[in-house]
Write a protein that binds this ligand. Structure first.
Ligand SMILES: Cc1cc2nc3c(=O)[nH]c(=O)nc-3n(C[C@H](O)[C@H](O)[C@H](O)COP(=O)(O)OP(=O)(O)OC[C@H]3O[C@@H](n4cnc5c(N)ncnc54)[C@H](O)[C@@H]3O)c2cc1C
Length: 400
């Protein structure tokens, strides 16, 4: 087996790149293996929350981060039964960046890579797809690449390869289910507009995210219906979108082909165990998140921070870290469970119910209350922006 690194991280997404940066910054010999040639993948989730920007600030990188192109979202609105309600406000949060930064994920990953490249013990290898794990004496001791190479991890493998992770063939998964799938598409901004909007109508939900000169749009529909929807043709789909969100203007020259609708199948699940000797799963590999709340990237990053806080110093000291893997899971399980429970509630009680409804819905009581009393809107803003049990960087910095 090729002897490669003390720590091998599978996956160069938000969790893998953040973990790579933190472990390498601590001086741990770190190799990140990413299957794609570049980060250029659209609609991967582009929301960077205040809790993540706190971590960036703790690393002294906030100004550099905010110098990258982004839009700021400070409040959220939903349209329910034809009426707009303001439901969340982040402006009062006591944090360096009280807003959600909408930044293309490739830009964010490139930013993390730039910071990691200052650490001599960091290596990223692209076009390096991991096909499986190598075991020695009941312990994961490395990875096997699709091209046949075998790479040894002298101390630990971290699986941060998302919800299709190879780790899911080794560790049991608990599926929580999701009643919906999503088409993502873009619409140039003809008529202006700002913020983050949800439009809830019977049988159809639309989400509009301000991306500067265009709207990033999500059309949410019952799970498994993508082909049936496409078969109705772009004209019918366009008509539905125009009816739900007139602020998008006339879409006849904008949405001309169903190929412009990118399908994302929604999943909500988590591993029953996040580790086994020599191997730890973090981010979506450990818990696939629903897009509700745009929280997945941020939770994945918090996992990476917790893992580095607990494991970086012992790894650097050459200690066996197998007994420390469970404490990482224990630390991150509570926020994961609570966020997933909230997502499941919203999926089943609001989204699923609405997608199968045939009459205009009665808005939940919370909506008029939140709209009427601005201080109440700070609570959802806080839950979304800062989350539960947010992590702070405590791992050492020996090679930044
Ligand atoms: C429809 C939808 C919309 C979403 N929108 C948002 C949003 O707006 N905001 C938000 O915060 N979250 C959103 N999420 C969730 C979010 O995308 C994930 O929670 C987040 O990306 C998880 O980060 P990760 O690093 O754990 O995994 P991923 O982002 O999935 O990254 C995994 C990385 O591993 C690489 N990889 C995979 N397999 C291998 C392999 N075998 N070998 C090597 N590399 C491999 C992949 O190429 C990828 O770079 C959304 C999810 C869905 C389904």
């Amino acid at each position: 087996m090729q002897d490669a690194a003390d720590l091998v991280i599978v996956g160069g997404g938000p969790a893998g790149m953040r973990a790579g940066l933190l472990f390498a910054r601590a001086g741990v010999d770190t190799l990140v293996l990413e299957k794609h040639r570049d980060f250029l993948c659209d609609f991967r989730g582009d929301t960077v929350h205040p809790s993540t920007m706190e971590i960036i600030d703790e690393l002294g990188l906030l100004d550099a981060f905010l110098a990258r192109p982004h839009q700021r979202v400070s409040e959220a609105t939903v349209r329910f039964g034809g009426r707009d309600y303001r439901i969340g406000d982040l402006r009062q949060l006591d944090t360096p960046s009280p807003f959600i930064a909408m930044m293309p994920q490739w830009e964010f990953l490139d930013f993390l890579l730039g910071a990691a490249c200052h650490c001599p013990s960091f290596t990223l290898e692209r076009e390096a797809e991991v096909a499986g794990f190598e075991e020695e004496g009941g312990r994961v001791g490395g990875v096997r690449l699709r091209d046949g190479r075998r790479i040894r991890a002298r101390r630990l493998v971290i699986a941060a390869d998302g919800r299709g992770s190879a780790v899911r063939r080794m560790l049991p998964v608990r599926t929580l289910g999701a009643p919906m799938d999503i088409f993502w598409f873009r619409v140039p901004k003809a008529l202006g507009g700002d913020g983050l909007r949800g439009v809830f109508d019977p049988g159809r939900i639309l989400v509009l995210i301000n991306r500067g000169d265009y709207w990033q749009c999500a059309l949410i529909f019952p799970k498994g219906q993508a082909e049936a929807l496409r078969a109705r043709g772009i004209k019918a789909i366009r008509g539905e979108i125009e009816a739900g969100a007139p602020e998008l203007g006339d879409l006849s020259a904008v949405l001309t082909d169903t190929a412009q609708l990118h399908l994302l199948a929604v999943a909500l699940d988590r591993l029953e165990r996040w580790s086994r000797p020599g191997l730890l799963a973090i981010g979506d590999a450990a818990h696939a998140m629903s897009p509700i709340g745009g929280i997945g990237i941020n939770l994945a990053i918090q996992d990476a921070v917790a893992a580095a806080n607990i494991l970086a110093a012992p790894l650097l000291a050459g200690r066996d870290v197998d007994t420390l893997l469970k404490p990482v899971e224990r630390r991150r399980l509570l926020p994961t469970r609570l966020v997933q429970a909230g997502q499941k509630f919203a999926q089943d009680r609001v989204i699923g119910a609405l997608l199968t409804a045939d009459r205009p819905p009665t808005p939940p009581l919370a909506l008029p209350l939140l709209d009427r009393f601005p201080p109440l809107r700070r609570l959802p803003g806080r839950m979304i922006g800062l989350g539960i049990r947010r992590e702070h960087v405590r791992s050492p910095a020996t090679s930044a």
